[in-house]
Structures are given as C-alpha cells and as structure tokens.
Write a protein that binds this ligand. Structure first.
Ligand SMILES: N[C@@H](CCC(=O)N[C@@H](CS)C(=O)NCC(=O)O)C(=O)O
Length: 295
C-alpha cells in the first residue's frame, strides 16, 4: 500500500494517524507541494484534483482523506474505529462529511497567515503562476484572495464562523462525558479531527480566544494528540528537529495579546478577527509535522 502525502498537509496527517492507529505499514511517497509535485501529469492521472493524500492499494486508488481513513478501518479488523450501531455510525459519518468544510477553513487560516509569509516574497507573476496551476478555478480564486489579502480576506471570516460551529458541536459531543467524541470509544470521529485542531494550535490561534476554544475541546485535543503520537513520539530524536523547535514555545501572556497586528492587517484597524500572532508562526514552520511524521 502506497500513501502519496506531504509532511505539512493536514489531510495527509489525518491519513497517517489512521494508518498508525490501525497498525498498517505503508510505502511512503512524499510530495513537495511547494515545488508543485501534485501538478505533475503522472500524479494527476491518479488524482485529477492535484491534492494529497492519495492511497494506492494493490493498484486501486483511494482519494479524500475521510474516505481513506474509512477504507483503512475496513482493511484491518482491530482496533475497530467505526462504532457499532446505526446511530453512532451515522454520527461519526456526519463528522467525516463535515471535514470538507473544516479542511476548507483550516486551509483559509493557513494560507492567510503562515503560508502567505513565504508566498508574498515571490514576485507577483510567480504567484499568479502558482494560482494558475490549481485545476479548479474556484480554488484558485480562493487561494489568490487569501494570499494577496491575508487575514482581510472574507474567507477568513467564513473560516472563523465555521470553527465556532465546530467547537460548539464538539463541545456538545464531549458533554456526554468523553473522553472521546463518541464517549468511551476512540473512533474515526477523533482520527478525523486531530490534525485540523492541531493546526489551529500551531498557527497560534487556540490561545487567542476568537472563537474561544471550549475547555472540553482543548482537553480532547491534548488527549487526542497524545493518542496519535504514542507510537511515534519516542522515535523522534531532538536532532531531527531544527534548533528553533527545541526552544520553548513563545509565551502567550496578556501582554503578547496586545502586540502589533498580524501580517496583512493594517495597524489602525483593531482586529475584530483573531489576533494571529506573528511570533507563533515560526513554531508552525520549524516543527510542523513532528507529531505525525511517517516512520
Ligand atoms: N478534501 C480533500 C482535501 C485535499 C487537499 O486539499 N489537500 C491539500 C493538502 S492538506 C493539498 O494537497 N493541497 C495542494 C494544493 O492546494 O496545491 C481531502 O480531505 O483529502
């Protein structure tokens, strides 16, 4: 089984959490998304959307991260990640379906902040060339808007509203007692959401309160990341991380909240949007994938 994936891609992280949870080994084919590997004809023949992840099992192609993790769950009997019973299974599928919107929101917040920093250093024509390569015109327009406007893009507002709904609904699920979204059983609902919520944290959003991440969701996120990393963390030596990664994370006290506005937001305008901290961004870049790196 081959997984075509990229280290920083949230959907690839989701697939890798699924593989790890099911104890399945795979051949890793790493794409360099910044270099445009996803647009190469050989890749697009198997995934015309030109995105990762893609799983190829015995010549059969599986795309869409939510479908990949369900496929993996069906491949190996234990541990079963889809709960028994029509209603619990329907509820898990509801979370899997919602990940399309959740991914779109994570993508907006990533490109309006962290990824934008590098892209805006390129000449305008080069950026236009990058947007032009995206096969779906709507996706290309969205990318252009996010990169060119940063957090002033309306996609950012949309993403924040989407996350407010996600947090509300995760909180409601966890109110049943947890520790997982479906109660005592760790399921595909948890596997599905770990990387997206983790990304918000790495972007520096989770400490800044808009939308406030409920305490229940924070607690779940800590548990879920520990669960996802339990096999991998020991293998990561500190030498494999860049020097910045081994420094303590920047403090996020009250004073730092009042810091200068995020890149792309005019100084005069008080951010009604989350105060995305520039200081938090390097942490995302230097150790973006420590938790879910494939072996
Ligand atoms: N809904 C898809 C989204 C896939 C997707 O957009 N992947 C991103 C990385 S997380 C990608 O490959 N981006 C490359 C690009 O936009 O050029 C899934 O869940 O698999």
């Amino acid at each position: 089984m081959k997984l075509y994936h990229a280290p920083n891609s949230v959907c690839s992280q989701k697939a890798r959490v699924g593989l790890s949870e099911k104890g399945l080994s795979f051949e890793s084919v790493v794409l360099d998304l910044a270099a445009g590997d996803q647009f190469k004809p050989a890749y697009r023949r198997l995934n015309p959307n030109a995105v990762v992840p893609k799983l190829v099992d015995d010549g059969k192609v599986v795309i869409e991260s939510s479908i990949i993790i369900q496929y993996l769950d069906d491949l190996a009997a234990a541990p079963r990640l889809m709960p028994d019973g029509a209603y619990p299974a329907a509820h898990v599928r509801h979370w899997l379906l919602r990940s399309l919107e959740i991914h779109a929101s994570v993508n907006s917040l990533s490109f309006a902040t962290a990824y934008r920093l590098g892209l805006m250093k390129l000449p305008r024509e080069e950026r236009e060339e990058i947007y032009r390569r995206i096969p779906d015109p709507a996706r290309a327009d969205k990318r252009r808007d996010l990169v060119e406007k940063g957090v002033a893009s309306s996609h950012v507002d949309e993403a924040i509203r989407a996350f407010a709904r996600v947090f509300r609904d995760m909180d409601a699920d966890l109110a049943a007692g947890g520790p997982w979204l479906m109660g005592a059983q760790y399921t595909l609902a948890d596997v599905n959401l770990i990387a997206y919520i983790d990304r918000l944290d790495r972007l520096g959003l989770s400490g800044f309160g808009v939308p406030a991440i409920p305490r229940s969701v924070n607690g779940w996120s800590v548990r879920a990341r520990a669960q996802a990393t339990k096999r991998r963390l020991r293998r990561l030596s500190r030498q494999r991380l860049c020097p910045q990664c081994v420094q303590p994370a920047p403090k996020r006290g009250r004073s730092s909240r009042a810091n200068s506005p995020p890149d792309g937001l005019p100084a005069a305008k008080k951010p009604a949007k989350p105060a995305i901290q520039a200081a938090a961004i390097p942490a995302f870049f230097c150790n973006p994938d420590a938790f879910y790196r494939s072996a």
